[in-house]
Ligand binder design. Structure first.
Ligand SMILES: Nc1ncnc2c1ncn2[C@@H]1O[C@H](COP(=O)(O)OP(=O)(O)OP(=O)(O)O)[C@@H](O)[C@H]1O
Length: 289
């Protein structure tokens, strides 16, 4: 079956479900989003960005929020990060309601200018560690150097961001976030502005890093292909305002499967879910919220 059925129910089509995501049993999720509606109040309008969205993210999930432009993916990340409070529902991290930002949730953005231009790579990676006061200078330096080595930038630790390519800057941003040992890494279309080859390389590197460290990540994208490759689980959101259409497992797909029959069927199926005007979610595919 294609979809993950939260209550143990099953659905039709493809069998992509027997995954780690399903073996958590009673384990408390790292992140739990329940019936979350997020709104923006502007001078003239009330914009509902997401409507009653619900999902659980477990330890070591690579959880992808996938949906068309404007469906509220970034807004959901802002809610998880604690920058926005839901008008309805609840977001919990390790069981505690999220009501403010914290160093346990580190964000990596699409923008290349998320690094401080006047600081070197090493100083950039050390910066949040020093600000958080969780580590002293010496330890922060050691941790930063280790994180920089993990993303293969040791030779560049002393240079300033303007000397780096877009992909290298993203690796620094990832190293900076990982060095903080967040409970959850939040990535908002981190590779969208990269050229196709660099994007693919970055996806591969992220998966290698995950193989090594098994961190928990929520990854936003509007690319179906990227969602299938990067994600172990995919939450498919409807167009604006974002509502859950399905929750799928895709942990076994890598770049090597691209173009294969199963990969293509999953791509097509997700495409239908995303864009069919008269989409009727199968009961077992819907994650209520
Ligand atoms: N600061 C804001 N004030 C008012 N409305 C906003 C604001 N930010 C986003 N919105 C609206 O909320 C909705 C969701 O936006 P959001 O950026 O979360 O979507 P998205 O799925 O991340 O889109 P994209 O893939 O294009 O980045 C959109 O209708 C958008 O216009």
């Amino acid at each position: 079956m294609l979809a993950h059925a939260p209550e143990g129910r099953t659905s039709t089509a493809y069998d992509y479900t027997a995954t780690a995501g399903r073996q958590h049993g009673q384990e408390t999720p790292v992140l739990s989003v329940e019936g979350v509606t997020l709104q923006y109040k502007t001078k003239d309008h009330l914009v509902t960005a997401t409507y009653q969205v619900g999902f659980d993210v477990h330890q070591a999930d690579r959880f992808v929020l996938l949906g068309p432009s404007g469906c509220g993916k970034s807004t959901l990340l802002k809610g998880i990060a604690g920058f926005m409070k839901p008008v309805e529902g609840e977001i919990r991290l390790d069981g505690k309601v999220v009501d403010r930002p914290g160093p346990d949730r580190m964000m990596v953005f699409q923008e290349f200018d998320q690094l401080l231009p006047w600081k070197t790579v090493l100083e950039n990676v050390m910066f949040p560690m020093l600000v958080s006061h969780r580590w002293g200078h010496k330890e922060a330096r050691e941790r930063a150097l280790a994180a920089i080595a993990k993303v293969n930038l040791t030779k560049f630790h002393d240079v300033h961001p303007h000397m780096l390519s877009g992909g290298m800057k993203q690796r620094v941003a990832i190293a900076r976030a990982m060095a903080m040992e967040p409970k959850i890494l939040l990535m908002d279309e981190p590779f969208a502005a990269l050229d196709a080859l660099t994007r693919r390389k970055m996806q591969e590197e992220l998966l290698l890093l995950w193989d090594d460290l098994r961190f928990t990540v929520v990854f936003v994208t509007h690319s179906i292909e990227e969602a299938i490759i990067v994600g172990s689980r995919i939450l498919v959101l409807s167009p604006h305002p974002g509502q859950v259409r399905a929750e799928l497992n895709s942990h076994e797909f890598t770049h090597a499967h691209q173009g294969g029959t199963e990969f293509q069927s999953l791509q097509l199926r997700i495409h239908e879910m995303l864009f069919a005007e008269d989409f009727e979610p199968e009961a077992a595919e819907v994650r209520h919220g």
